[in-house]
Every structure is written in structure tokens, then in C-alpha cells.
Design a protein around this ligand. Structure first.
Ligand code: 5GP
Ligand code: ZN
Length: 113
């Protein structure tokens, strides 16, 4: 997707502060952090959102969760953390490239607003 901001970040065309990278995914720090630790994890291939996941393309989600868990451990979030996916307009998704927020370093409210 040529006009997708997260595809551009995945390709290095837009700079980001990286937390982890491999051939399938990128984890980078959110520009507008909502917690002391706020990292976005994305697949490098364009999937618009959770509503576009299929049996064929969803394997990367398991990998993202494993890396998120490892990053949380490495960043000292032993008290817990939250992994969030916003999907579509009502879900509050502002960037239509599948991403998971890893939030930690403070206590989280439930239910979310
Ligand atoms: P959403 O609202 O779609 O779930 O989350 C999108 C997130 O991407 C927001 O938390 C926003 O701060 C972050 N974001 C948007 N543009 C950029 C960018 O260019 N760089 C980084 N690092 N984060 C971004
Ligand atoms: Zn994209």
C-alpha cells in the first residue's frame, strides 16, 4: 500500500524508534505515548486491520504476541501490561494497517472509554 504510513515505517521510508525488527514484523515506539512504555507492533506486509485477518494471513499475529511478551519482559513490565488492537471507526483505529499497542509501566483502567 503506497500511501500507508505504517508500510512506509516498515520499509524505513519514514523514521521510527525501533524496539525490535525481523523479516516479518517491526516494533517501534508510538509518537504519542499513552503510558511509560508504548510500543506498536506491526506486520511488514499490509493487512488493513483485524477485520481483514484470515486463516491464511494471521500466523503473524501469534509471532507479534510472542515478541510483545518478550519485549515486556525485557522492559521490566513484570507487574503486567496491556496489548490493544483498535479495529475500525468504532474501535478507534486511526491507522488502517494492523497494529497492536503494547502498553505498560502504569496501572490500566477497565473498561476502556
Ligand atoms: P490507532 O489509533 O490506529 O489504534 O493507533 C495508531 C497509533 O499510531 C497512535 O497511537 C499514534 O500515536 C501512532 N502513530 C501515528 N503516526 C505515527 C508515526 O508516524 N510514528 C509513530 N511512531 N507512531 C505513529
Ligand atoms: Zn500498510
Amino acid at each position: 500500500m503506497s500511501d500507508c504510513i505504517f508500510c512506509k515505517i516498515a520499509k524505513g521510508e519514514i523514521p521510527s524508534r525501533k524496539a525490535y525488527e525481523d523479516d516479518r514484523i517491526l516494533a517501534f515506539y508510538d509518537l504519542d505515548p499513552q503510558a511509560p512504555v508504548h510500543i506498536l507492533l506491526i506486520p511488514k506486509t499490509h493487512i488493513a486491520g483485524a477485520d481483514e485477518l484470515t486463516e491464511e494471513n494471521s500466523g503473524v499475529v501469534a509471532h507479534i504476541f510472542c515478541v510483545a511478551s518478550r519485549l515486556a519482559r525485557e522492559l521490566g513490565l513484570e507487574n503486567g501490561y496491556r496489548i490493544v488492537n483498535n479495529c475500525g471507526a468504532d474501535g478507534g483505529q486511526s491507522v488502517r494497517h494492523l497494529h497492536f499497542h503494547l502498553l505498560g509501566g502504569r496501572s490500566m483502567a477497565w473498561p476502556p472509554g
